[in-house]
Design a protein around this ligand. Structure first.
Ligand SMILES: Nc1ncnc2c1ncn2[C@@H]1O[C@H](COP(=O)(O)OP(=O)(O)OP(=O)(O)O)[C@@H](O)[C@H]1O
Length: 255
């Protein structure tokens, strides 16, 4: 009997178009004067068609890598799956509320790492008692205290890698139906990467779906069994990670 796979994310012919205001082609004073005289606001609005008709379905327990050259639309697609960007055309359907974990996820730079852990957990909807019980565990997982008591120092004193480790550790402390990771694993060192990859595997085992955007092909290889390759906003390949990475590597070296 065929195994029933439960879909968690359905992306149906999604297009994302950014409208950039104040980006007139002719930025000279004369050009500005012409635009004022013609009263045409559209002259200063330019459109960037970042995602062009992308469709796929992801299932419970699946880890999907998203790769592609700079500007190919990976982060845009992830933000659309997270519900942070509306699709200009098409639709995204998700099971539960996806959580987006990116390198720029909001943290309060003037508060200590520990306070950020507490706030981050509360923001994810964790009950107060659980936050208290998990705070130390999260700090230990992040490893930021390996070289001294950094968790009591303001986050602005952390290196970018330390900040990324703490952000990942906070997000990974909760069970997610759909976890979207944008480059967050790449900044950690080898030891932390191993730990975070193990955590991603645990999340998948709990029937979660994980998306990983990364330029680190080894991270994708170690974490994902399926990979989607985006190029200029279009899916170029979607299949087993090994096959997609081999084709992508060939494409990158041929360029
Ligand atoms: N806020 C924005 N406003 C206008 N255009 C944008 C915006 N964000 C991204 N873009 C454009 O959309 C396209 C896709 O960008 P996106 O950041 O999704 O690519 P990416 O594959 O994640 O790139 P990278 O690997 O460099 O992170 C690019 O052409 C980019 O210039």
């Amino acid at each position: 009997m065929a195994e029933t796979r439960i879909p968690t994310v359905v992306v149906d012919d999604v297009h994302i178009v950014y409208r950039v205001h104040g980006a007139a082609k002719d930025s000279s004073p004369l050009g500005a004067l012409r635009r004022i005289a013609s009263r045409g606001p559209s002259a200063t609005v330019r459109e960037v068609h970042a995602v062009k008709g992308v469709s796929f379905t992801a299932h419970e327990g699946e880890a999907v890598g998203l790769i592609g050259t700079n500007g190919s639309g990976k982060s845009t697609l992830l933000r659309a799956i997270a519900g942070l960007l509306p699709a200009t055309k098409g639709a995204v359907y998700t099971k539960g509320q996806p959580s987006l974990l990116g390198v720029n996820a909001a943290m309060m730079a003037d508060l200590s790492g520990e306070r950020n852990v507490v706030l981050g957990c509360l923001a994810m909807g964790m009950p107060k008692g659980e936050v208290r019980a998990k705070t130390q565990e999260i700090i230990d997982f992040s490893g930021i205290n390996e070289r001294g008591d950094f968790s009591s120092l303001p986050m602005r004193t952390y290196s970018s890698g330390m900040g990324a480790r703490l952000r990942f550790s906070i997000a990974a402390a909760k069970k997610h139906e759909v976890l979207l990771i944008d480059e967050a694993l790449a900044t950690g060192d080898a030891k932390f990467r191993k730990r975070s990859e193990d955590r991603v595997r645990e999340l998948r085992a709990g029937a979660g779906t994980v998306f990983l955007v990364s330029h680190s092909l080894s991270s994708v290889r170690d974490t994902c069994d399926r990979t989607i390759w985006l190029e200029s906003g279009v899916i170029r390949m979607d299949g087993p990670t090994d096959e997609v990475l081999a084709a992508y590597e060939e494409f990158s070296t041929a360029k």
